[in-house]
Every structure is written in structure tokens, then in C-alpha cells.
Design a binder for this molecule. Structure first.
Ligand code: GLC
Length: 461
């Protein structure tokens, strides 16, 4: 006979598991997500359906087969997460005629008032950071070519011209949506007047990541980010890119798949926690797929799950601390810490005590399970997206098997202890005809922007 205590614990665990089971998606369900993403991708590419597609499939004007590149110094800017980065990239040729790259960079915080202020405030701040960087390297007198990694949905007219469609990831600066981002940057540099720059290219972070990995591995035809936000780009046949004239060759398409679900395609899979996170965000109703996966949201999702367990009297004796009740207090990096636990529960205990609770062993175990549920769902749902892209490319190629490399970056992918493995395994299961290599990029955003600028300079010369 199990003791009373053990019986209670078993009953409690069963209830917990039942609540968490909602996060588990069967393979059939993931295949359904994949097919729906593919449908939206197709709609995004076609002229007559583009407007209503939730996956925008934005042409980037980054084409296949670049014919060489310039060498020299380039400045790269990277705006899109929690920091802003300025980077000096020296591109030269190595002995085999390939690229050789050296970089130095500086990180700048983005103050909250700049993130939610006006366009002028944001771009004046960016120009001020560049000025500071040039001072440090005594380069103020040089007019360098500049590549701008701007990690938001942009409708390009060319590689150096594009309007911001809408902000994502918590940005809310007024006066940028609907405007030419490169124009705003050029104006701010002019306003300062203490240095000059030749802005030659603007790219998404996924594109920069793909290009920086292509430099190491020429099979790299997909770029992906799983960080604050989540997105992917890939090389598409020009004949399918109906928004741009011409049929020959290929062009990189920024899927902006974070917006998948915004026209209802994910309703079947979204849970009560997803709805709360969405409603409390600065862009309710938008980026619903990203809000399941991105580091900006996963911590908060977990906090809501924990509160639900507390409210059902299944955790912390039915009482949450003030901090646990505070929105945003459970950051995504805490999932990584908790899931790094090696079995002694020390990490979990430490994290929870800093959040103001004194957990029992069973509490620690339950919190671990909750984190695992949220992050595994993220990895699997994200895998469905990538499998959607890769299977589409495979169909385009009409080959039996396809070898492909995916360049990938982002804090969730890099720092979560198990995301990578769960994600890779599921992508391979959902795209069985493809031989997939994952290549983690290093400083891809900056290096990629510089490499694209180097190619753009060559084309213009
Ligand atoms: C968001 C942005 C997208 C970017 C991604 C990763 O989804 O809209 O442009 O690539 O975050 O940073």
C-alpha cells in the first residue's frame, strides 16, 4: 500500500501533467502546422493573395550568384534585439581567393524612451552611437560603406531602400512604420554633420546570418533566428517571387513567419497562456507564431503556467510570491537555468528563491516540468516552420534527396541547453528527404551585413 503522502503526491503529479499535456503536440499536429505555414508562404509569394497572407514572404533584393565583392573596411549596424551594435568589418581576400574577415565591435543599450519615442530620437541616437564608435577608432574622416542589419519586416524596393511595415518585438517608435528606414538613417547622419557614411545595403538579421554562413559553407541557403523574435529566410526561385519582376535566378525571401497565425491559422493550437501574453503585448493580434517561440515571450508564458498551477493548489502550497505575480519577472533565461539542472535541483532552487518562493522538492520538479513543456513546444512548433521551408525547397528542386545547410543564430538557440537538440531532431523527422546541416553563425548579423555591402559595392562600381 502506498503511503498517504505518496498517494497525494501521485494525485498532484497527475493533475500537473494533465495541465501541461496541452503543450504537447503530436507529430500529426506538427505536420498540420507545417502545411498551414506552407500555404501561407505560397499566398505571400503570389501577387493576388499577398495582401491577405499572414506570412509576408518579403523579397530582399539579395540575389544568388554574386559576381565578386569589394575588399576594404565596412561599417555594419545591427538593430533588432535588446541592444544596438556598431561593427567595423575588414574584408580582404585570402590566398585561395575567398573572403577573409576581421571585426571589432561595440554594443550600445537602447534606452526605453528611445524604443518608444519618435523616429528622430531613435535615429539620432543611432547616429550618436556611430559617431562615438568612429571616435574610438579615429575614423571620423573616412566615408565608409555601411551595411544596416535592421531586423524587422521591411518591404524593399531595392537593397538600399525599404519601408518598415510594422514594428515587432516590443518596439513602438513612432514615425518609422511606413517610412524608408535607410532615408531616416541618412537624414540623422546629415543632421549631426560630424561624419559621412555611404549606406549601401539594408538587410534582415536572418539574411545577414545566411550570408555569413554561406561564406563558410556554400550550401547555406536558409538563414534563421531564434532569439528575442523568430524568423527565417531562404533562397527562392525568381519565377515564384511574383512581387519582383524577372524570372531568372533566385532571390532571398524574408518569410517574416513570426506573423503566421495572425489570420487565424493557429487558433486550434493556441492556449489560454498564449492569449494572455498576446493581449498584454504592445502589438496584440500580431506575431502569434513568434509569441509561442521567441525569447521575448517564453519566460512570461512559463510564469503564467506556474500561476495556474499555484491557483489550482498544485504548486508552492497554493501561494505565489509578489514577484511571481509580477508580469515579466520570469525571464526566458531562467528557463535555460532551470533546464540546465543536473538532477540535484540546486539551480532550480536558486532561481526560485530569487523569485521569492521557498520551494519543496516536488515544487522544483514541477517547475522543471513546466519549463520543459513550454520550451519543447517552442522547439517543435519552430521545427514545423523550418520543415515547411525546407520541404518547399526540396519540391522546387525535384530531387530525391536534398543536401542543405541552415545558418542559425539567436539567444534561445544558442543558450538554451536543450532547444537545439529537440529542434534539430524534429526538423529531421518532419523533413525526412533532406540531409540538413545546422551551422551556428558567429556575429552573423554584422559580418553578413558587411559582406552584402561588399557585394553591393562591387555591383555598383
Ligand atoms: C521579428 C522580426 C524579424 C526578425 C526576427 C528575429 O520576427 O519581425 O524581422 O528577423 O524578429 O530577430
Amino acid at each position: 500500500m502506498p503511503s498517504n503522502r505518496a498517494r497525494i503526491d501521485r494525485g498532484r503529479m497527475q493533475k500537473v501533467q494533465q495541465i501541461l499535456s496541452e503543450f504537447h503536440l503530436q507529430k500529426e499536429e506538427l505536420l498540420e502546422v507545417m502545411q498551414r505555414i506552407q500555404q501561407e508562404m505560397e499566398k505571400g509569394l503570389r501577387l493576388e493573395t499577398h495582401k491577405t497572407a499572414s506570412v509576408k514572404m518579403l523579397p530582399t533584393y539579395v540575389r544568388s550568384t554574386p559576381d565578386g565583392s569589394e575588399v576594404g573596411d565596412f561599417l555594419a549596424l545591427d538593430l533588432g534585439g535588446t541592444n544596438f551594435r556598431v561593427m567595423l568589418v575588414k574584408v580582404s581576400e585570402d590566398a585561395q581567393g575567398g573572403w577573409k574577415i576581421e571585426t571589432s565591435n561595440q554594443m550600445y543599450d537602447i534606452p526605453a524612451d528611445v524604443m518608444t519615442g519618435t523616429a528622430e530620437m531613435l535615429f539620432d541616437y543611432i547616429a550618436q552611437c556611430i559617431s562615438n564608435f568612429l571616435d574610438q577608432y579615429s575614423m571620423k574622416d573616412k566615408k565608409l560603406p555601411l551595411g544596416f542589419t535592421f531586423s524587422f519586416p521591411v518591404r524593399h524596393e531595392d537593397i538600399d531602400k525599404g519601408i518598415l511595415l510594422n514594428w515587432t518585438k516590443g518596439f513602438k517608435t513612432s514615425g518609422v512604420e511606413g517610412n524608408n528606414v535607410v532615408g531616416l538613417l541618412r537624414d540623422a547622419i546629415k543632421r549631426r554633420g560630424d561624419f559621412e557614411m555611404d549606406v549601401v545595403a539594408m538587410v534582415n538579421d536572418t539574411v545577414a546570418t545566411m550570408i555569413s554562413c554561406y561564406y563558410e559553407d556554400h550550401s547555406c541557403e536558409v538563414g534563421m533566428i531564434v532569439g528575442t523574435g523568430c524568423n527565417a529566410c531562404y533562397m527562392e526561385e525568381m519565377k515564384n517571387v511574383e512581387l519582383v519582376e524577372g524570372e531568372e535566378g533566385r532571390m532571398c525571401v524574408n518569410t517574416e513567419w513570426g506573423g503566421f497565425g495572425d489570420t487565424g491559422e493557429l487558433e486550434k493550437f493556441r492556449l489560454e497562456y498564449d492569449c494572455v501574453v498576446d493581449e498584454a503585448s504592445v502589438n496584440p493580434g500580431y506575431q502569434l507564431y513568434e509569441k509561442i517561440i521567441g525569447g521575448k515571450y517564453m519566460g512570461e508564458l512559463t510564469r503564467l503556467v506556474l500561476l495556474k498551477l499555484v491557483n489550482q493548489n498544485l504548486l508552492f502550497n497554493g501561494e505565489a510570491s509578489q514577484l511571481m505575480k509580477t508580469r515579466g519577472s520570469f525571464e526566458t533565461r531562467l528557463l535555460s537555468q532551470i533546464e540546465s539542472d543536473t538532477g540535484d535541483q540546486k539551480q532550480i532552487y536558486n532561481v526560485l528563491t530569487t523569485l521569492g518562493v521557498l520551494p519543496s522538492k516536488a515544487d522544483c520538479e514541477i517547475v522543471h516540468l513546466a519549463c520543459e513543456s513550454v520550451s519543447t513546444r517552442a522547439a517543435h512548433v519552430c521545427a514545423a516552420g523550418l520543415a515547411g521551408v525546407i520541404n518547399r525547397m526540396w519540391k522546387n528542386k525535384c530531387k530525391e534527396t536534398m543536401k542543405i545547410t541552415v545558418g542559425i543564430d539567436g539567444s534561445v538557440y544558442k543558450y538554451h541547453p536543450h532547444f537545439k537538440h529537440r529542434f534539430h531532431t524534429m526538423v529531421r523527422e518532419l523533413a525526412p528527404c533532406c540531409d540538413i546541416t545546422f551551422l551556428q553563425s558567429n556575429e552573423g548579423s554584422g559580418r553578413g551585413a558587411a559582406l552584402i555591402s561588399a557585394v553591393a559595392c562591387k555591383m555598383a562600381s
